[in-house]
Design a protein around this ligand. Sequence first.
Ligand SMILES: Nc1ncnc2c1ncn2[C@@H]1O[C@H](COP(=O)(O)OP(=O)(O)OP(=O)(O)O)[C@@H](O)[C@H]1O
Length: 268
Amino acid sequence: MLKLFDHEHLDLDNLSDALTAIRVEDLSLQFGNKHVLENITMRIPKHRVTALIGQSGCGKSTLISSFNRMNDLNPQCRYQGQIYIGDRDINNKKQNVSELRTQVGMVFQRPNPFPMSIYENVCYGLKLQGIKVRRQLDDAVERALKDAALWKEVKDRLFESASVLSGGQQQRLVIARALALKPDILLLDEPTSALDPLTTLFIEELIGELKHRCTIIIVTHNMQQAARVSDYTAFLHQGRLIEYSDSDTLFTTPEQKQTEDYITGRYG
Ligand SMILES: Nc1ncnc2c1ncn2[C@@H]1O[C@H](COP(=O)(O)OP(=O)(O)OP(=O)(O)O)[C@@H](O)[C@H]1O
């Protein structure tokens, strides 16, 4: 299978803290009485792409959303266990959630540009942080649009409404908006499921570039995509982490029968 980028395999069971972007310790999560995640323990490596795969409803979005506390928006959400970024337990009461969401950016399935210009979309978060100097904002907007491989297409129309962009351009704009805040971690929740195959390949290549800037975690239903873009893959089933390894191994010689059944399309 064509691989977009290669790497040496890390030992995920013995990953050092220095190489770990996120450490999940015995995380269980429920919405009301519904148990959604059960005893998840894993280390997600820095500057790699990690894919989360599994049947619809297995908890992928809930897990990824717990990395920047998006589940806090649901008052019924209860969890046990810890999630560490560096030596910080992000669920600690002292954690500043806005700061966390700056450090851990998120891009959703459907491109969601704000109803404002391309320029204003990209510098929205920077302005919220109090940055007002025009030159600084201009530089940051250019940098982020270049990083998101969109600059060439929009540099002459930065002050047009973002709504005139195509779906693929809008998704790159949303990625630029996240990148402008220089996140350490970027969460991508099915980022290409609303895009055509060519635009999807374009975004996949972009993901390969971005991992040099930040750690990437991607939820995808597309097995080929997971195998193409990710260095590591975690397979979830009914809220449990069934198998987690380098993507080459997981997609060619999975250890668990459930993983094999899933990746060969026997269920799900
Ligand atoms: N806000 C919520 N309140 C109650 N239950 C929820 C909520 N969000 C998700 N769930 C439930 O949690 C379970 C896991 O959902 P989640 O969206 O994490 O799964 P998923 O693997 O990402 O699914 P999909 O691939 O379909 O997006 C599902 O049973 C879902 O119904």
